[in-house]
Design a protein around this ligand. Structure first.
Ligand code: NAP
Ligand code: GDD
Length: 338
């Protein structure tokens, strides 16, 4: 039997790294789109010990011809569109770029699939940010959308483009409406990792305070390693469809912080400073997902609690910052042992 081939856009991001690891474990040939950057962006793949096992193709979501070439070279039968300008906060400063990468970029990938191999299965990284100003206490696949940021607006275009290509051209195109998911590989700009990094620094005497914005916001947080399994499961179904992926539990930023400080034996009230600079022009006050359909149809359930997730992240940052000098790159929990 020939090896299945998958193409991942956003392979150097948090989810791209965990998905690469999962697909390699399942025996796939894993290909990734690599946008040109002036700095080293392979650190996450290295931390999971998979950087040498994936094949990278120069390309950018805004460049259709590079996507067509990546589709042709990879011979992918599964395409995961994870690439994005994914930081909500930046989307007010770079709304046009966000629309081009997150909105039109997804359309470019759909076009590349349609042109090169319309039989390939397609996954779109949709988001709970599309619910924004929530229209139901618990959000599911039938809840109306009301995005609150240029990021949410761009992602909503990509979401509907995915539905439209399924309906127009019969593509096996699925959309995963994923709620927030985190890990030790999370970018430092997102609130959980900002907190875990700051807690580790304060514990090690390298910092004194943590400055945050709206700590009353509530999020439904899960572990990225669990969530990439749901992405893969969606593409194994006979029919393409849309699924909410969430834990069904929502927590304030304040309480998430308390877990992190408590784990390090520190008092949050002594170190936390509220800084108006981190408030957003329009906030998503609360997100709470109903993963009932993913449970029933995909057999997917989250395995990691918020407590386990945040303590894992604080421990990883303590290890990273505590290191004086390393000869070998550090391996994180879940890493492949060579
Ligand atoms: P992430 O860590 O920010 O990764 C984003 C990836 O997209 C990076 O590999 C980045 O490459 C790449 N990228 C950015 N601009 C690109 C461009 N113009 N062309 C090609 N690639 C580009 O995000 P993540 O947390 O892994 O999330 C994965 C996807 O799921 C994103 O689409 C995100 O919007 C969506 N999502 C995330 C969550 C969550 O809670 N994590 C929830 C719902 C949906 P560089 O690093 O080189 O820029
Ligand atoms: N980043 C950040 N920094 N957020 C803060 C801060 C801060 O200093 N202080 C308070 N917050 C609040 C934000 O206002 C928001 O309400 C919440 O913490 C979470 O912020 P982020 O971690 O930046 O995530 P997000 O919810 O805006 O977006 C993430 O989840 C989406 C899915 O719901 C990203 O991963 C998106 O790409 C993803 O689509």
């Amino acid at each position: 039997m020939s090896t299945k081939s998958a193409l991942i856009t956003g392979i150097t991001g948090q989810d791209g790294a965990y998905l690469s690891q999962l697909l390699l474990q399942k025996g796939y040939a894993v290909h990734g789109l690599l946008p040109r950057r002036s700095t080293d962006t392979l650190w996450r793949l290295r931390e999971l010990g998979v950087d040498r096992d994936v094949r990278l193709h120069d390309g950018d979501l805004t460049d259709l011809s590079s996507l067509i070439r990546a589709m042709e070279a990879s011979k992918a039968i599964e395409v995961y569109n994870l690439g994005a300008q994914s930081f909500v906060g930046s989307s007010w400063q770079q709304p046009i770029l966000t629309a081009q990468v997150d909105g039109v970029g997804a359309l470019n990938v759909l076009e590349a699939v349609r042109i090169v191999n319309p039989e390939a299965r397609f996954y779109q990284a949709s988001t709970s940010e599309m619910f924004g100003l929530i229209q139901a206490e618990m959000q599911d696949e039938r809840t109306l959308f009301h995005p609150r940021s240029p990021y949410g607006v761009a992602k909503l275009m990509a979401h509907w483009a995915t539905v439209n290509y399924r309906e127009s051209f019969g593509l096996h195109a699925s959309s995963g409406i994923l709620f927030n998911h985190e890990s030790p590989l999370r970018g430092i700009e997102f609130v959980t990792r900002k907190v875990s990094d700051a807690v580790a620094r304060i514990k090690l005497g390298k910092a004194k305070e943590l400055r945050l914005g709206n700590i009353d916001a509530k999020r439904d947080w899960g572990f990225a390693g669990d969530y990439v399994e749901a992405m893969w499961l969606m593409l194994q179904q006979p029919q393409a469809d849309d699924y909410v992926v969430a834990t069904g539990i929502t927590t304030t930023v304040r309480d998430m912080c308390r877990i992190a400080f408590g784990h390090a034996g520190l008092s949050m009230d002594e170190h936390l400073v509220i800084d108006p600079a981190f408030f957003r022009p329009a906030e998503v006050d609360v997100l709470l997902g109903n993963p009932g359909k993913a449970k029933a149809k995909l057999g997917w359930t989250p395995k990691t609690s918020l407590e386990q997730l945040i303590t894992m992240m604080v421990d990883a940052d303590l290890r990273r910052l505590g290191a004086v000098k390393r000869l070998e790159p550090e391996r994180l929990p879940g890493s492949r042992i060579e």
